[in-house]
Every structure is written in C-alpha cells, then in structure tokens.
Design a protein around this ligand. Structure first.
Ligand SMILES: *[C@@H]1O[C@H](CO)[C@@H](O)[C@H](O)[C@H]1NC(C)=O
Ligand SMILES: *[C@@H]1O[C@H](CO)[C@@H](O)[C@H](O)[C@H]1NC(C)=O
Ligand SMILES: *[C@@H]1O[C@H](CO)[C@@H](O)[C@H](O)[C@H]1NC(C)=O
Length: 503
C-alpha cells in the first residue's frame, strides 16, 4: 500500500525534579476487574473485547499531583495480563511499570495491586494492557492528573473537562492479531477508527464558556488528526509540559501520545462536528462526535471539516511549534526557569535506528539490529535477585551498524553530528512519546536520574510485539533506598524468580 508509517518511541525524558516524600499526599483506591465481553464495536459482527469493570473504555483515574494511586487489578481473563501506566514516571519505582521486563504477569483468576505515586506530574495520560495484543481488544482508559490547589496553572479554570481516547480498531479481537503476528506477518491495516469517551458522542457546553478536552491516541498503528468544526483549539499542555498557548485549526496526535486543549464555544448557537481522521494513510478513516451548545436546537450539518492532506512537512512544522512555556508552573512551581537544559553537556550519545528484518522467515522489528523477545523472568526481578542467564548488559550496540541503516528525525534525512546545530536548546517539550517521521530523525535528551529498569519501545504496537523494544537499566553500584524503592511486598514472582523470597 506504500503508506508511510511513523515510528513512535516511548522515551523516558528528563526526570530532574527531586523532592521529599510528603506524608499528607492523598490515597486513591480503585479495583479494576478485567473480563472478556462480547460486543458489537464496528461491523460486521460481534467480537470479543476486554472490559474493565464491564466497560470497553476503562474507568478514568482522576488524580492530583503526588497522589498515591492504589489499583487492584483482578484478572478474569484466561491469559496472563498486565496494565502499564503510559507516561507515569514511576519515580524510584519501576516495580510498578507493568511491563513484562519489570513485572510478572497477573495469572488468570488472580490479582495484583499496583501502588504508585503521580509524583511531580500533571496532565493527561492513559493506561492500557501491555501483555500480548490485549490492547487491541480494550482494557484502556485515561489517567488525568490535576494541579495541586496551591499551584496556579497558566489558564483560567475551564467550565468543564472532557476526555477522549481515540484510535484505530481491528475486527476479531486480540487473538486474531496475535495469530497474524506470530505467523510472521506484519500487523494489517486497521478495520476502522473509534472515539471513546465516558461522556458519549456528544459534549454539551454553554455558549461563551471555555472547556478542556484531553485527547489521546490509544490506537495500535495510525496517527490521527483532530479538529472541531468552526472552532480553534488552544493547546495548553502536552504530556505534562505547559506549552506556549497557540491556536490551531487541527492537531496531529501520534500513537501513544496525549494533548490537552481549551476550546471556547464562541460560535453561533448550534451543534458542531468533532472529527478525527487517520493520517499518512492511503485509505483515510474518520469518525465524529458532536459539540452541542446547551440551548441549541440546530443539529450538526455537513460538511465536517477536512483534515490536512498527507504531507509530513505540515505535521513536522506543527510539532516544532509545540514549545515549552518557560515561565509557567508545572506540577511544581516554575521548575523550568532555572533549568537550562541546552547548557548540559550530554555525557553519552546513543543512536537508535529501527529496522524490519525477516528472521527465520518471519517478520520481526528491531532496534540497532536487535529484536527483543520477552523473558519468562522479568529483567527487574533477575537484577534484584541476582539471577543469571536472564539478560546480558550492553546487548544492544549504541549505534546502528551497517551503512544501509535508516536513522530515526525532527529533521529529515540522516542524522549526523552536524544535526546538533539544528536542535531546539531552549524550550523543547518534555514528553513521554515522541514521533519519528519517515526517513527522518528525532533527538531526545534524557536525564537518567530515575533508577530502575525502563522499557523503551515502539508505540506502534505490532512492532513492539515483534521485538522493537528494549530495556534501559539505570543503576547505582551502591544500592540505596533513597535512590530506588525496595521490591514491593506483594510482587508476583515467576520464571527463575520462583522460590526467591521477598524481604
Ligand atoms: C486478591 O488476591 C488475594 C490473595 O492473593 C485475595 O485474598 C483477595 O481476595 C483478592 N482480591 C480480589 C478483589 O480478588
Ligand atoms: C506562559 O505562562 C505565563 C505564566 O502563567 C502566562 O502568563 C503566559 O501567558 C504564558 N505564555 C503563553 C504564550 O502561553
Ligand atoms: C545481589 O548481589 C548484590 C551484590 O553482590 C548484593 O548486594 C545483594 O544483596 C544481592 N541481592 C540479593 C537479593 O541476594
């Protein structure tokens, strides 16, 4: 089909804030019961889905900066299961990251209670299943972190807050996709495209008021463009960074990413289309929702607004326009003003290139030539219990080999040392997932100040499943509870860790 596909890498970016634990941080408790369901989602027939507490879109976790979140996940599937908290920094606490390199999967008919803190975080995030291709069948939801009352955010309090999780969708459930991938074929093109919201397909607001929309791409494969008929979108926050507040007609959101906008209902009273449509695809899927002015009696009317055409340049320019507001507060008061990241001399440069090798006649995906296979023993447990033979350090070269290597850009073409001159060294965003455009590169500065075992992965989920991921071990030769929490007393053990006892 010759479609251009973006590679999104989850990047653990710049964890520079350090602070003391505060005894008064609130606790929020949730129980998530995970079951199969049968549901009509998008024709032609009913399909198997994964539900949390009976719903395809899981409960929204509403937290405040520094809240302690306790989630008991009860697995009623017939397969092992884990949730991961996309973009939650898990400070000193990779024990709760919920990926197979850090956690044993929750066996069928048992439960695991996650305990983590939304430490120094603010903004719109998501959670989703990290095991197998479960995410293709549901099990995802939103995780919104609000500012503490003592910290003013750089916009007036909106009159309402709506959360939308948007993504491509595949017929037939996750097992069908696993069979395709396991047989050595790439993930097929999606069968459709959905907008999920607990507010239903209609958002109601009053003329003249301003509302917050939290938009995330929970799809497996495709970027989308988001727009509202007749209205501008003011971007205020991107994955925890308050940005310079520019107005946009439409926004590109890539797989795994989130963006928060303000929309003022400043148009004549009637109903308007919300549209999201796939980007960089030959076949364009679109889906709509509605903004309903509270006293409107005029239904939506065509034409729904068109998105940009498939040019990548438009998207790159938009991405470059997202810049950090250096004077705004974040989760903590103005942490940026004193933080001149552009003056830091990087201690190490690592070049990561993606590739799609055929190995033993099967399609795989790789980073620097290495295609990852999950171990039966989480790397984090092997590291903690000193179990040998599970992983080897430095198993991925820190630069791609071979001259034909493609380099991952926010500049186009091959990355070279000279590309450094083009970096934004002043007000680039801190975010958890960055896109890499076709035949291009993206540069990321990571401050490795969060000890633990961290999953770096393609957000394009079929590629992640077929090996385009790896783990980054951030350690200190002298173990200290000041740098990293101890193994949780309820940690599940599996593989070679069975029989090792908790402290
Ligand atoms: C979770 O598992 C424990 C045993 O490991 C059990 O005592 C508890 O009842 C379970 N909770 C739920 C909600 O299933
Ligand atoms: C940046 O944040 C400051 C402080 O809240 C605010 O006054 C200013 O309007 C913001 N600038 C832009 C361009 O969004
Ligand atoms: C693992 O080995 C390190 C270094 O030898 C030691 O300090 C630590 O106590 C060991 N951990 C366990 C759980 O045995």
């Amino acid at each position: 089909m010759g479609r251009a596909v973006l590679l999104s890498f989850l990047a653990i970016l710049a964890f520079w804030s350090v602070s003391v634990a505060r005894a008064e941080d609130a606790y929020k408790y949730y129980t998530f019961t995970v079951t199969y369901g049968t549901m009509w989602v998008l024709g032609p027939e009913d399909q198997q889905v994964i539900l949390i507490n009976g719903q395809l879109l899981g409960p929204t976790i509403e937290a405040v900066t520094n809240d302690n979140i306790i989630v008991n996940v009860v697995n009623k599937l017939d397969e092992p299961f884990l949730l991961t908290w996309n973009g939650i920094k898990q400070r000193k606490n990779s024990w709760q990251d919920g990926v197979l390199g850090t956690n044993c999967p929750i066996p069928p008919n048992s439960n695991y209670t996650y305990k983590f803190q939304t430490k120094d975080q603010i903004g719109s995030y998501t959670y989703f299943p990290s095991t197998r291709m479960h995410r293709a069948a549901g099990g995802f939801g939103a995780l919104n972190i609000y500012a503490r009352s003592v910290i003013p955010v750089p916009y007036p309090k909106p009159a309402g807050d709506f959360t939308l999780l948007i993504g491509d969708w595949y017929h037939g459930g996750h097992q069908r996709l696993q069979k395709i991938l396991d047989s050595g074929k790439p993930l097929p093109f999606p069968d459709g495209f959905l907008l999920h919201s607990h507010d239903g397909p209609t958002f109601t607001g009053d003329q003249g008021k301003t509302y917050m929309l939290r938009i995330s791409n929970i799809g497996l494969f495709t970027s989308f463009n988001f727009r509202i008929q007749g209205h501008k979108l003011k971007v205020v926050e991107v994955e925890g960074s308050h940005v310079l507040q520019n107005m946009y007609d439409s926004l590109d959101v890539h797989v795994g990413q989130s963006v928060t906008v303000l929309v003022t209902l400043d148009q004549p009273v009637r109903d308007y289309y919300i549209v999201a449509s796939t980007r960089f695809t030959d076949l364009v899927y679109a889906n709509t929702a509605v903004v309903h002015y509270s006293n409107s009696e005029i239904p939506v009317s065509a034409p729904a607004p068109d998105g940009p055409t498939t040019e990548v340049d438009w998207s790159i320019n938009q991405a470059r326009s997202f810049r950090w507001n250096l004077t705004a507060n974040a989760a903590r008061p103005n942490p940026q003003g004193s933080f001149h990241y552009g003056k830091i001399k990087p201690s190490r440069t690592i070049v990561l290139a993606n590739s799609a090798p055929i190995i033993k006649k099967k399609q795989r995906y790789a980073v620097n030539g290495v295609s990852y296979i999950n171990s039966d023993t989480p790397l984090k447990l092997a590291d903690y219990f000193n179990i040998s033979g599970v992983f080897s350090l430095n198993s991925i070269p820190s630069a791609p080999s071979g001259s034909g290597a493609k380099l991952a850009t926010f500049g186009s073409g091959q990355w070279t040392e000279a590309s450094r001159k083009t970096y934004n060294l002043v007000d680039a965003l801190t975010r958890h997932t960055t896109q890499v455009y076709p035949k291009s590169w993206t540069a990321i500065l990571v401050s490795l100040d969060n000890q633990g075992m961290w999953n770096i992965r393609s957000a394009i989920w079929g590629r992640q499943y077929l090996g385009q991921q790896f783990y980054l071990r951030v350690y200190n030769p002298t173990p200290s509870l000041a740098n990293e929490y101890n193994i949780p007393s309820n940690a599940l053990v599996c593989g070679k860790a069975v029989g090792h006892r908790h402290p």
